[in-house]
Design a binder for this molecule. Structure first.
Ligand code: COA
Length: 320
């Protein structure tokens, strides 16, 4: 069995924060941010929460799919920015959408989270352990960003995206998931709840810290490699793929991946200009935008690729 996407949804905070807005709080400017990252503005939560955005994205995905919430038997939420540790965001979504027959749990794989969630959903479906799965990425990264650190605060944004997968007859398509914990220090965020941690006093260590150049090099090396692994297993060439939906971290990373795969950049849709890096939400938000614009045609081949803290990365082939 294979999980087919029956519907997608997304939810974005109403508040828009431009690069010029950020230039009022840190020493930066619109030109620097656009040239280095491609980001022009991002959405930042006000009343919204990780749970409320995940719920809205899930509801929209279900509505589009025509699948009732009671039919869902598994809810996976990828997030690193839940407001509470317990209960998990997935259980809160289950309660809100009344998916009374679903098991629910969260996945922490940062910006590779939606991809890992998607692969987990496919594995459950292939094993016959689930028939209808909601995979959601939801992030309130603005709660984890140090708004005094210009090297990180300009990169991130908030939002959520979801896809509902339903089991159909068919062979599981190739996918890969990788992690390298030895390189974990390249992108960290200590818990504010850790006993004895200075982070408890909300000092800088409670926020995301990143070695930007290491992360950049990691992404442009590992993502094309993961995509090639998937292509090889599927017996396909990059030219056979209609769209590459990459985690939206940085325009230069997406362009470098396209170049390494010797593929037209037109096949790499981007929306990071509008939303910045929304971690595990970026792939499903982009999927939903493309889907609602009618860009996908039945049987088109799409590769999803995620990468980020852990370090973790992966790719998956799907047929629309
Ligand atoms: N505005 C203006 N100047 C800034 C700045 C900002 N927001 N942030 C950093 N700078 C300055 C630095 O202080 C440095 O100044 P110096 O030359 O006087 O020391 C200069 O710009 C260059 O900084 P550097 O960190 O070398 O820039 P960079 O070209 O590596 O770009 C990133 C920084 C973060 C944009 C880039 O490394 C990157 O995109 N990395 C990947 C990050 C990522 O995507 N992470 C998430 C993955 S899931």
């Amino acid at each position: 069995m294979i999980g087919k996407i029956y519907g997608t949804g997304s939810s974005l905070p109403k508040r828009i924060v431009s690069n010029d807005d950020l230039a009022k709080i840190v020493d930066t400017n619109d030109t620097w941010i656009r040239e280095r990252t491609g980001v022009a503005r991002r959405r930042i939560i006000k009343e919204e929460t990780t749970v409320s955005m995940a719920t809205e994205a899930a509801q929209k995905a279900l509505e589009q799919s025509g699948i009732a919430a009671e039919e869902v038997d598994l809810i996976l939420v990828s997030t690193i920015s839940s407001e509470v540790i317990l209960p998990c965001t997935a259980c809160e979504v289950q309660k809100n959408i009344k998916a009374v027959n679903a098991a629910a749990f969260d996945i922490n794989a940062a910006c590779a989270g939606f991809l890992f969630g998607y692969n987990t959903a496919q594995a459950y479906i292939a094993a016959g352990m689930a028939k209808t799965v909601l995979v959601i990425g939801s992030e309130s990264l603005s709660n984890l960003v140090n708004w005094k650190d210009r090297s990180t605060c300009i990169l991130f944004g908030d939002g959520a995206g979801a896809a509902v997968l339903k089991a159909e007859k068919g062979k599981l398509l190739p996918s890969v998931s990788h992690s390298d914990g030895k390189k974990g220090e390249a992108l960290t965020c200590l818990s504010r709840h850790r006993k004895g941690s200075p982070a408890r006093t909300r000092d800088l260590q409670a926020y995301m810290q990143m070695d930007g150049q290491s992360v950049f090099k990691f992404a442009v090396k590992k993502v094309p490699k993961a995509v090639k692994e998937v292509l090889e297993e599927a017996g396909l060439k990059a030219d056979d793929i209609d769209y590459f939906i990459l985690h939206q971290a940085n325009r230069r990373i997406v362009e470098a991946v396209a170049k390494r795969l010797k593929t037209d950049i037109e096949k790499f849709p981007m929306n990071l200009e509008e939303y910045g890096n929304t971690s595990s939400a970026s792939i499903p938000i982009l999927l939903d935008e493309m889907n609602r614009k009618g860009k996908f045609v039945k049987r088109q081949k799409i590769i999803l690729a995620g990468f980020g803290a852990g370090l973790s990365w992966g790719a998956a082939l799907l047929e629309w």
